[in-house]
Design a protein around this ligand. Structure first.
Ligand code: PEP
Ligand code: MN
Length: 338
């Protein structure tokens, strides 16, 4: 339920509502607008009739149900787009930030060199996995804590914000100590314990769509993070499994306008995982911007041929620079700046 306060409602009216909502056993989530505030009351659907009677309380304009199953993530709850701030970078605002870097952090030289190269080309966030989810247990699993240390050194050197994946609930605090943004990967999109833990920390979350997840499941996963009080969630379309084998995944760009309609959360596009091949990355990056994405995530490697993971889909720095130049008119046409 959404409790819409009157323009004239006082802070005391608002506090009374919050108190009553919580007394009825619901969580309250407040959005303070410039004109008026709204309180989202989320919890067990069965008792929602009781929330209706809050319409009788002072300062309340109306009480309306949120029809979508994802409550806090829905446009019904919050009609205006959310802007998520990651260090000095805004996602969902006037700019269209590009996150770039290697799939995995491999060594100090590798991450430093890549960070400098992507920064020079115009990226504003450095990506790189320290903890890697791999299909094979024999594949490189990431440098772990050492990888986090190297990312921090790269941030120190370049000023880029860093996004890196967290695989387990028990690692959330450790990763959050270093990262400016926590990545929850496709394979963990429905790891509910991990989503809840990420909801408890004060770091923005980049949530990637599961490879077999529907848009609704994707937004329900975001809802887990939001419901714990962390409202800084950025979604990432990174391709889904279909019958098509010509590309690694099928980048579902339909999801971008669909999610824009259903949710206020920003959504970025990852054409590297979405295609699985460097030759297709730039075309799909442009397409992502054209269909309304709020940003991009691109894998870049100094020497893709010797990368520990995802070399085939990684761009060399020169190609990344070219991508940044080629997307510029699309960014401008979308009414934004890089
Ligand atoms: C990654 O970003 O390197 C990654 C593992 O992504 P995904 O979870 O989308 O496969
Ligand atoms: Mn990767």
């Amino acid at each position: 339920m959404i409790i819409v306060m009157k323009r004239t409602a006082t802070e005391e009216n608002l506090q009374d509502i919050i108190h009553t909502v919580e007394e009825l056993g619901y969580q309250s989530h407040v959005i303070r607008g410039t004109q008026r505030s709204v309180v989202g009351a989320v919890g067990d659907e069965r008792g929602k009739a009781r929330l209706r009677s809050l319409e009788a309380m002072e300062g309340v304009e109306k009480v309306v149900p949120i029809l979508q199953p994802f409550k806090l993530a829905s446009r019904e709850f919050k009609p205006t787009p959310t802007v998520v701030r990651v260090r000095n970078v805004e996602i969902g605002g006037d700019r269209l930030p590009v996150m770039a870097g290697p799939c995995s952090v491999e060594s100090e030289d590798q991450i430093l060199e890549t960070a400098k190269a992507v920064k020079e080309a115009g990226a504003s966030v450095l990506r790189g996995g320290a903890f890697k989810p791999r299909t094979s247990p024999y594949a490189f699993q990431g440098l772990g804590e050492e990888g986090l240390r190297l990312l921090a050194a790269a941030r120190e050197e370049t000023g880029l914000a860093i996004v890196t994946e967290v695989l387990k609930p028990e690692d959330v605090d450790l990763v959050a100590e270093t990262a400016d943004m926590l990545q929850i990967g496709a394979r963990n999109m429905q790891n509910f314990a991990l989503l809840k833990r990420a909801g408890e920390v004060k770091k923005p979350v980049l949530l990637k769509r599961g490879i077999s997840s529907t848009v609704q499941e994707f937004l329900m996963a975001a809802e887990y993070v939001l419901s714990e009080g962390n409202y800084d969630v950025v979604l990432c379309e990174r391709g889904i499994r279909t019958f098509e084998t010509a590309t690694r995944f099928t980048l579902d760009l339909n999801a971008v306008p669909v999610i824009k309609k259903l949710s206020h959360l920003p959504i970025i596009v990852d054409p590297s995982h979405g295609t699985g091949h460097w030759e297709y990355v730039t075309a799909m990056a442009k397409a992502g911007i054209a269909c309304g994405a709020d940003g991009l995530m691109i894998e870049v490697h100094m020497r893709p041929e010797v990368a520990f993971s995802d070399g085939i889909q990684s761009l060399k720095p020169a190609l990344f620079r070219q991508l940044m130049q080629e997307i510029a008119p699309f960014v401008q046409a979308a009414g934004r700046r890089t």
